[in-house]
Structure formats: C-alpha cells, structure tokens
Ligand binder design. Structure first.
Ligand SMILES: *[C@@H]1O[C@H](CO)[C@@H](O)[C@H](O)[C@H]1NC(C)=O
Ligand SMILES: *[C@@H]1O[C@H](CO)[C@@H](O)[C@H](O)[C@H]1NC(C)=O
Ligand SMILES: *[C@@H]1O[C@H](CO)[C@@H](O)[C@H](O)[C@H]1NC(C)=O
Ligand SMILES: CC(=O)N[C@H]1CO[C@H](CO)[C@@H](O)[C@@H]1O
Length: 455
C-alpha cells in the first residue's frame, strides 16, 4: 500500500516535472529541471542563469522539445523570446520636472516595499506569488534590498557581501546575486520596476556598521562610514559590482545609496563631527560615482527625509537636523534624481491622536520641497502597525494619508510593506504587513487607480 502510493506520487511528480508551470524556471546554467513550459507560456531567457516560463505564445511552433536537462535547447528559447507576447519592459524610467516618465509617457510610481524578496531563499513559484499579490494591488514599483553584509556564510537565506577581516568578496553564486537575478526576472515578467537599496543604516542584514567594524574595528562611531577613505573605497567596490551587473536592465527603476542613512546606527553612536553636511557630502560623492558607471538608472538617497530647520515645528526632532539629514539640501545634489522620505509617527514618538494630521503635514511639507526643487519626491516607506488601534482607525489613517498624497500633488508612494501567504507560510511580518485579505489592500487598489488617473 505504502509502496504503491509512493510510486503513484512519484509518477505524478514526474509528469508534473515534464513541464514548468507558468512563471516557473525552464533553464539557465546548471538547471536540471524541465526545459519546456506549460500551455499558454513560453520559455524566455531572462539572464544566463534563469530562463522563465512567461505567459504568451510563440508565433512559430518551437522545435519539438528534446528535453535533455544538461544541454537546454537555447536556440528554441531565444526564438521564443523574440516572439512571445510578454509584458513590455523596455526603456528606463526617467524624470521630467516633479514626475517620472517611461518612454515619454507618464509613469505612476505606486506600490510597496518587499525587502525580503531576494533574501529568504524563496522558490521561483513563491516569488511569483508575491509579485502577483503586489501587481494585483495596483503596484507599478517595488522597493527591495540589494545588500546583506555577513562575516560568515549564512546557513539560511542569501548574502551578497562576505567579509574576512577587512576584505570583502561579492557573492555572485546561487545564494548571492543570483537570488537578486531571480527577483528581477520575476519583476520583469510581472511588469514591475524595482528600487534597490545598496546598504543599510541599521544592523539588519549587516549594513554600514559591518564596514566600519571590519575595516576599523568594532566600537567606532557609525558616521566613519561616510568619511573614512578606506570604507568609501570598499563601499564603492560593492556598489560597482552590483550596479554594473544590471547596468542595462530596465526593470530597475533606480538605485538607492542606503536605507535610512543617519549619523548614528543601531548600536553605534555618532561622532561629534557628524552634521547634516557629512551625509550630504557622502551622498554627492556616491551618487556621482554611480552616475559615472551607470548612466541609465535614476539615483536616490533612501533617507527618511528629515528637515534641518532648527527651532521649527515646536522643536519636533524630525525637523531639527539632529539626525544628520537635511532633506532640502540633499534635493539640490545634481546627481540625486528624486527625493525620498519615510513616515512612522508611531516609532517617532508622535502622539497617536495626531497621526492623521501629523502625517498630512509631513507629506505636504515634502511636497513643497518637491515643487521648489522641481524633482520627483516619493514617500517610499510609511506605515502604522496593525496592533495598537482598531482596524477601522488604521484604515481611516491610511485613507487620509493617501488622500493627502493626491491633494498635495506628491509624486508617488510605496507602503511598508507587502505580504503574501507562500508555500511555507507568510512572508516576514513585522506588524506592518499588508496581506491581500487586509482592507488596506483594497484601499491600495483604489488609491493606485486615483494616482494613475491623476494628470
Ligand atoms: C554550475 O556548476 C559549476 C560546477 O559545479 C559551478 O562552478 C558554477 O558556479 C555553477 N553555476 C551556477 C550558476 O550555479
Ligand atoms: C573629527 O574631526 C577632527 C578634525 O578634522 C579629526 O581630527 C577627527 O579624527 C575626527 N573624528 C572622527 C571620529 O571622525
Ligand atoms: C483633500 O482635498 C479635499 C478637497 O479640497 C478636501 O476636502 C480634503 O479634506 C482633503 N483631504 C486631505 C486628507 O488632505
Ligand atoms: C526600517 C528598519 O530597518 N528599521 C530598523 C532599523 O534598525 C533598528 C535597530 O535595529 C530597528 O529598531 C528598526 O526597526
């Protein structure tokens, strides 16, 4: 009984494996799985490591599949690529005044964050599920992490930069940048553009303090990341490796220098030397460097958008310049194409009763700088935790903030953060996750429609 069940299962699996499902992998270096695609999809070469079944039909019948896993029929795949009706992903997103454009038309920047996409060793099917949920929210754009600094290979998840003493090597293997390749391929197949951040202020996934600790020793001030010449060289080397790998990839909307750069880190302090000028100088240097090696992609800082207006707004700390960010000054950097800001009134100590109005003011203040700098500005992270207030109150706050984005004419927004139910359970939930069953997801759909309809 058991034996025959196993046999039937094995046969069922074998016949399933004969073809890859839609959005499944169908080839690439060392791929030993199926090289033909389910009906209604064709195998497209996304990059040398990753061929994918994408919806569409070849206009000419491909050669009969002679499925020899070790030597995939590359010529068949190439001809399918040119004839398949896959979502167009040509042209690079550009800016025009305070808006984004794509191939001369308006590009509406709306979507969510999904930092976990390249980091969790998800299967191709799971990555596709996540992107399907994201697309169905009305998203055009997703922000994710292009970094994970480690001092030893991880036993779970991808890492991109491995440190031994003061020397780092870029992991280009299956547990490294190929995981990012797979995310980019899936984004492309779903018509999504990506904003990719290149390091982190915080200790999550390594970040800046790994550079300072490995190169200068532990316990150093966080802001030496921005000023120490050896560290700047090391960061540039990493940036160069990632940016040049994808220099011709239009699925990437833009690069971000770092997630939330500040003078101080998670467990490291700011030196007495760190001022807003420290990070403005660093952002000028690194963004100019990226432009010198990649003329195709937009560049942003990835900061929280703090203002440097000492004494203003009843001394609310996010307006005082004390954290190392001067949003208005940074918008003047010629090699920064668009501005970013974040919005977490809860984490920033604002009284809960003020969140709707406080957030609307924060959005409007950034829209004012958007207009004067004549560059796009996006609120690229914002959220309120699902615990601590009623579901109805939470929805009302999100609805009000979305309405303020429209009212203020702000360029666009990315909520923190997307969530999906995958084969092994939900994506990482930090209390801000928005699954498709969440009423806020429905709000996202109507807001995206309103943003796309806006002139
Ligand atoms: C393919 O296998 C070879 C030999 O094991 C290895 O060197 C190479 O890195 C592999 N390529 C990928 C994309 O995993
Ligand atoms: C602070 O600046 C002074 C003067 O330029 C310099 O000697 C010192 O090394 C700096 N300290 C740090 C932590 O950057
Ligand atoms: C947006 O503008 C409309 C029309 O002027 C106004 O009624 C509404 O209160 C505004 N809402 C927000 C959240 O700014
Ligand atoms: C957005 C983000 O990554 N925030 C985290 C940064 O690091 C600090 C300290 O580890 C956390 O408290 C934040 O949640």
């Amino acid at each position: 009984m058991i034996r025959s069940t196993v046999l039937v299962l094995a046969l069922a699996i074998a016949s399933t494996l004969a073809q890859s499902p839609i959005f499944g992998q169908c080839g690439g270096e060392n791929w030993t799985g199926p090289t033909t695609c389910a009906a209604g999809s064709v195998c497209v070469v996304q990059n040398p490591f990753f061929f994918q079944c994408v919806p569409g039909t070849a206009t000419t019948t491909p050669a009969p599949p002679t499925s020899t896993p070790s030597s995939p029929p590359t010529s068949t795949k190439t001809s399918a690529t040119s004839t398949a009706s896959v979502p167009a992903q040509t042209g690079f997103v550009k800016t025009s005044g305070t808006r984004f454009t794509l191939n001369g038309a308006k590009y509406t920047l709306f979507g969510s964050n999904a930092y976990w996409l390249p980091l969790m060793q998800y299967s191709t099917a799971d990555i596709n599920t996540a992107f399907t949920d994201i697309v169905n929210s009305g998203a055009t754009t997703v922000r994710t992490w292009g970094f994970n600094e480690v001092t030893a290979p991880t036993t779970f998840g991808a890492y991109f930069h491995l440190w031994t003493g003061s020397t780092a090597t870029v992991n280009t293997g299956a547990t490294g940048l190929q995981a990012l390749d797979a995310v980019i391929a899936s984004a492309k197949a779903h018509g999504i553009r990506l904003i990719i951040s290149l390091t982190n202020n915080w200790s999550d996934y390594g970040g800046m303090d790994v550079y300072t600790a490995q190169i200068l020793g532990s316990g150093q001030p966080h802001d030496l990341f921005y000023t120490n010449p050896t560290i700047i060289t090391a960061f540039k080397a990493y940036v160069q490796a990632v940016v040049t790998r994808y220099v011709n990839e239009p699925t990437i909307l833009g690069w971000e220098l770092a997630n939330e750069p500040r003078c101080a880190g998670s467990n490291t302090v700011a030196s007495a030397n760190c001022t807003v000028a420290t990070i403005t100088t660093w952002a000028s240097t690194i963004s100019a460097f990226i432009k010198s090696i990649d003329p195709n992609h937009l560049v942003a800082i990835g900061d929280e958008g703090f203002f440097n207006e000492p004494g203003s707004h009843n001394f609310d700390f996010v307006y005082q310049g004390t954290l190392g960010i001067d949003f208005a000054a940074n918008m003047q950097i010629p090699t920064i194409d668009f501005g970013t800001f974040h919005m977490y009134p809860g984490s920033w100590g604002e009284a809960q009763s003020t969140w709707p109005a406080w957030g609307s003011q924060w959005i409007t203040d950034h829209a004012t700088v958007m207009t004067s700098a004549n560059k796009p500005v996006i609120v690229e992270e914002f959220g309120i935790p699902s615990s601590g207030q009623t579901a109805a109150a939470r929805e009302t706050i999100y609805a009000g903030w979305y309405q303020t984005v429209l009212n203020s004419s702000l360029t666009g927004d990315l909520i923190w953060q997307a969530g999906s139910q995958l084969s092994n359970g939900p994506t990482p939930d930090d209390g801000y996750m928005i699954f498709p069953t969440d009423p806020v997801y429905t709000l996202m759909q109507s807001h995206s429609a309103a943003l796309k309809a806006r002139g």
